[in-house]
Write a protein that binds this ligand. Structure first.
Ligand code: URA
Length: 197
């Protein structure tokens, strides 16, 4: 799998398919452990990701690591991580449709290589990129399993989850709060992960 992944990474090196190539510092291709069980797709690189060339290394990324840690998972051992687009949008604005389209071949290649049994879509933008624009808001769809078959991904269970940056803006841990809901979701994800062969 490493060889194949290097091929995709190389094809992305120096990419100039969209305007973000003019403003990026680094391409943010992936992190974590390439594997067939668990993959997470985030939205887009932010400031620190652009500086370091790695996804989820800022505050949101640290929280994401903690969430995984709570159930004994980690990017070092269990999760392959990437974003819907590989370059930082200026001022962290949302990715434009043409930027997502231009970058899609890299994301599709990553998904098709991993063929993950579990695919987590982190935040509304990642959810819409994979499940379609009409899927509904993240608050309504988070924590639900979607059958990959309906999205061209045989043998994959897909779950949208809240983005950690949303959790950082919502401090409460009360029952029903975003943090509490994330805790329910990560426990469910771990349960299904443990049932995988
Ligand atoms: N937010 C994302 O969606 N992806 C990152 O890599 C960092 C922050």
């Amino acid at each position: 799998m490493q060889k194949e992944l290097e091929k995709i990474r190389k094809s992305c090196d120096g990419c100039q398919k969209c305007q973000l190539s003019n403003t990026r510092t680094n391409i943010v291709f992936d992190d974590g452990i390439p594997n067939h069980k668990l993959m997470l797709i985030g939205e887009a690189p932010g400031y620190w990701e652009d500086v370091k060339g790695k996804p989820f290394v800022g505050k949101a990324g640290q929280l994401l690591d903690k969430i995984f840690e709570c159930v004994g998972l980690s990017r070092q051992n269990n999760v392959y991580i990437c974003n819907t687009i590989k370059c930082r949008p200026p001022e962290n604005r949302n990715p434009l449709p043409e930027e997502q389209r231009a970058c899609r071949e890299y994301l599709d290649a990553q998904i098709n290589l991993m063929k993950p049994k579990i695919l987590l879509l982190c935040g509304g933008i990642a959810a819409k990129a994979i499940l379609g624009d009409n899927i509904g808001g993240i608050t309504r769809i988070r924590g639900k399993w979607f059958d990959g078959k309906d999205y061209g991904l045989e043998d994959t269970k897909i779950m949208p989850i809240f983005h950690p940056s949303y959790l950082l803006r919502n401090d409460s841990r009360e029952k029903g709060s975003p943090k509490w809901l994330m805790w329910q979701d990560i426990k469910e994800i771990k349960k299904v992960y443990d049932e995988l062969l």
